[in-house]
Design a protein around this ligand. Sequence first.
Ligand code: ADP
Ligand code: ADP
Ligand code: MG
Length: 658
Amino acid sequence: MRTRTFQKILIANRGEIAVRVMRTCRAMGIASVAVYSDADQASPHVRSADEAVHIGPSPSAESYLRIEKIIEAARRTGAEAIHPGYGFLSENADFAAACAQSGLVFIGPAEEAIRNMGLKSTARRIMAEAGIPIVPGYDGEEQSLESLCGGAINIGWPVLIKASAGGGGRGMRVVRDLAELEAAIEGARREAEKAFGDGTLLLEKFIDRARHIEFQILGDAHGHLVHLFERECSVQRRHQKIIEESPSPALTPELRARMGQAAVEVGRAIGYVNAGTVEFILTPAGDFYFIEVNTRLQVEHPVTELVTGLDLVKLQIEIAEGGALPFTEVRPTGHAVEARLYAEDPGNGFLPATGAIYDWNPPPSIEGLRIDAGIDSRMEVGIYYDPLLAKLIAHGADREAAVRKLAYALRNLSVQGVQTNREFLIRLLEHPAFRRGEAHTGFVSEHLGELVAEQDAAEDFTAAAVVALYLQKSWEAERRTLPHVPLNYRNNPFRDPSIKLQVGETEFQISYRQLGSGSYLVSAGNSQATARVVAFQPGSIRLAIDSVQRLFRVTEAGERFFAHSSSGSRVVARLARYPYHQVESNLENASAPMPGQVLRILVVAGQAVAVGDPLVILEAMKMEHTLRAAMDGVVEAILVKIGDVVAPGDVLVHIGAM
Ligand code: ADP
Ligand code: ADP
Ligand code: MG
């Protein structure tokens, strides 16, 4: 029944979704074309594609949102169809039209459906007419302050102001009484004009403790339209989803059937073809209302794929090729749950974070675990795009099995260099109320305190101890390759090696005494542990700490170290330890603050020195560090010579009292 078959598809997107679409293209034997901006030259989505076309500077307005550049890229590479992913141009009716005009197939619904559903006010009116329950509200064309205020008063408090053209949870305001209304309307209008180029507002009754339930729909060009069950996406921050699952713990079979039926009617009302999502609000009383249709593949579509066993992108492509839906009935199995890994700081209002990714190490393959990622080690997370880094999706026989597997996977994921919501997600998944299936759209704000609680201080000490021993082992390994260093030179007659590290706000003066081969007593302040090095290699160290053995990944980034194990992840900073910062008892020893090489020795034995006099210059990380005397005295011993490689804590010069 297909009217054509594609040989090559251009993916007009970036990040995890572009990588994911390309995976299906490959599986279907279809070549893929990536487009990329300056910032994305070396991004995973470019490497996932068979060909890639540069489309301009980093800001999306000059690259990923430029219709003509994308169409030109398709023309140059001979792609026959364009998959828009989500975000960017995916819900842009002009883009769909431009594709058609250039003889390209837009993999998505018809231009008209996109246009009609793109404005929430229009969508509400169409659905009201089709007999779909919509949230009590005001969606009038009359946008004067009086009309909107009148509308709000009719609805009754609290009221939610939405930008008709809005999306991604942006441009919404909850108003709880009349006094706030005027200012909120004016603010929302300005924001909507700026963000979406359209200041049209609509008002809805704000449903407290609502659940977000959406249905995946799929239609072909032959008049078949089905739903592929629901996804519950109630765990949100800033009105944007963080955790999504299917089935919803809130639906009875009877309610599921009614909502599914309504979703199909929504699709029929707009003659929907391809994959789309019908979003509903479910009230605590069990009533449901339509809120919007997303005329594209959704971020959380993998949840549906895991419970149905279908590949939605493959189906999208087949539908765009003119194919008919290959099934009449789909039966879901088990439970699937997804977590969105964002570069953001949950403890600081979920502000997006930027930085270099020094380590990206997902857990090894686990049955029923899927990871859709658009990042890689050594990649820069910049300011230009959405901070979604990756999605982890777990499938299990039931909800408990799926949730437990997802939390386990997140615990075993190392993502270093940029602040992420990883630990926040683990806490969410482990929260007893979430486990009981009691989430609602206010869940995160209601439990924020518990979800961003202080980290475990014991783990801070462990991380510092791990980094200290890791550095010690790195240095030993390095020294083995440097034969000119005297073998017994490490025998430090003056004190245990020590290093000053900082974890969070806490400083640790970690000292470690060798107890036996590979075995140490590590201490800092009141904390103490025995640690046995079981195995060491660059990038990781396996340690038995107080007899519990774990593998720690250690990633170096200049003066920062990232220590990760299944029990936690910490950033450990090495503090420059100039002698004059040292504790009194150790003023006589000038020791290396970091691994380095002795560049110059500025004193001779027997020389008198005063506090602050330079003793030795070390070179480390392409920088020079001067070690200075911390007390007045006489140089008693110089324990190194030029060219020696030293480890943190090594004493270089010993000073005696005069
Ligand atoms: P979903 O509805 O699939 O869960 P989101 O609401 O999280 O997806 O949005 C998906 C992506 O699209 C995000 O990157 C979001 O920032 C972006 N997005 C969605 N709608 C808009 C819009 N109108 N303007 C800008 N970005 C949007
Ligand atoms: P967007 O296009 O930004 O996704 P939606 O209309 O889908 O906008 O709403 C996003 C989220 O805002 C919903 O998932 C829900 O949490 C919340 N929301 C939307 N409408 C209402 C409402 N009437 N009452 C309560 N919460 C709502
Ligand atoms: Mg929505």
